[in-house]
Design a protein around this ligand. Sequence first.
Ligand code: WT7
Length: 655
Amino acid sequence: MSKGIKEIPKLTVDALLTENRVFKPSAEFTKQANVKNDSLHKKAAKDRLAFWAECAEKLDWFKPWDKVLEWKVPFSKWFVGGKLNASFNCLDRHIKAGLGNKTAIFWEGEPAGEQKIISYDEAYKQVNKLANVFKSLGIKKGDRVAIYMPMIPEAAYAMLACSRIGAIHTVVFGGFSADALRERMNDAQAKLLITADGGYRRGKVLPLKDIADEAVAGAPTIKHVLVVKRAKNNITMHEKRDLWYHELMGKAKDFCEPEHMDAEDVLFILYTSGTTGKPKGIIHTTGGYLTGVTNTMQWVFDLKSKDVFWCTADVGWVTGHSYFVYGPMANAATQVMYEGTPDFPERNRFWKIIEKYKVTIFYTAPTAIRAFMKWGTKWVEDCKLTSLRLLGSVGEPINPEAWIWYHLNIGKQKCPIVDTWWQTETGCILIAPLPGITATKPGSATKPLPGIETVVLDDDGKEIKEGGGILAIKSPWPSMLRGIWRDPERYKKTYWSRWPNTYFPGDGAKKDEDGYLWLLGRVDDIMLVAGHNISTMEVESALVDNPIVAESAVVGITDELKGQAIAAFVILKEGNNPSEESQNILKAHVVKKIGAIARPEKIIFTPELPKTRSGKIMRRLLRDIAEGRALGDVTTLADASVVESLKSKYEDKEG
Ligand code: WT7
């Protein structure tokens, strides 16, 4: 391929490019759909800014905006001068509309029999109290609050309570390590951390507070740690610094005036992996972000007031922000929130939950679908899934076999599937079918949503009308990231330097003869492991941080379940043994530095790394070795002389 671009992950492409099945929406679905025809597309094509203004009017504004867009490439401002509050839009206005009794959350704990049914009234009360607690701890508009929580309702309350008083939340996924949490709190200069004693995962208690203690010890900006009692595991409370959530909530007042926020005030920062070892704090603001998530909820998920929506993502990822907290709640949706894993106590837990709460819309990730496929249909067969009417997929390309399995076994051939392409950076879904009008092709996210202008480009920025290239976005959209926290230069360089005035998402894409887009995986050094972004550099840095490692190179390899798994080539320092024990030490070290999601599947010791004449690591050769193509099954040690002789074969291609 052309300069600077890695080849596109091979297996996905092979499967996708031979796929030619088409599934048309049923007349029955179309009849009831929120989007029945192409009028939105027409409006957006005629006047994009007027179209987005109409979308923003679905929110409640304290003061209308003066100007829809101010675009000083690559910095955008949307709904300039407008004032609103996110928690007001997710709660107060529904209560004013008489929906206080409506169920907001069916919460299901992982241990058998634990559940809570939370109405909008109840959520409103909790969020108001918590907002007052934050104020009593000295949190003010613009301050950063870190959230490190299990999947319990308090996680959503914490996010909404921040938005109520104008504090900026930064949620850190509960599976991240102390090091990862510390790094994020320090970058954000967070004043307060909210966590829980522990959370349940696959029958065990994850000791979140212990991990948080380790992190906070190196995070000098944190003044207080607010602790929710969830798992009742033993923890240490540090005097003055640590406070029990229930104690302060017990004393807090029921109402807190929502802050009138500027449309462009920061709503949250969410860290995502970049191509360097340092995560990027993606900034989202209030008006544009809420406009994006509120509208896509109606268009893509076809949400109606009677629906029971279940997005299985953790609040620690952008999917949990946009399609568990803000998108659904801004639409007064009834949702399921589940604390644990899909295989606890048995592999039918998700299907049992769908049956129990009569879920109508189910949104999950291809990696989960592939696990369900592997476990077999017997887990699905004795559960009643007749309530389902729409299915969604997100996080990575969905392979057609998984799509068809989902369609047959979960959707029973009657539910449209929306394969939704987006990113932490895009804030909301940008490419997806509109289920009432778009014919779907398994493996294709189909076409951009109204108001979104995507193109497929070659490396020089020339448009590819049909064929493979790189995805690009030509014009700004309301829920786009506004920058990288404390690093505007990196923002420009990462997203806006490849082509002039055009956003570079980092994904390979193919456009077919019908104009459908097939997203083909990352073209940069980011791996998609079980749908989560992990940069090769981040794992390499974690490895060389261990005293036995001299150098390392990390590649993503094809994995049947996770999409990609991590293979690490490691040069040990003199005097250390390339043993199984060393492999285990290094795997554990990466888990400690980043979290279990980054655990390398394979560690391959090598006396040297194959490099091009210009000194670049030959990652393709490494991938071929790790996947067993180049050297047969290498488990521990790559032979230097063989690797050296293979090099010449690759050198010509790699350039
Ligand atoms: C990257 C963004 C979007 C929320 C979860 C991930 C990949 C995401 C799809 C899809 C093909 C997809 C892309 C993207 N991706 N959805 N439907 N088809 N690829 O958010 O962690 O910011 O990751 O996930 O490579 O760039 P994220």
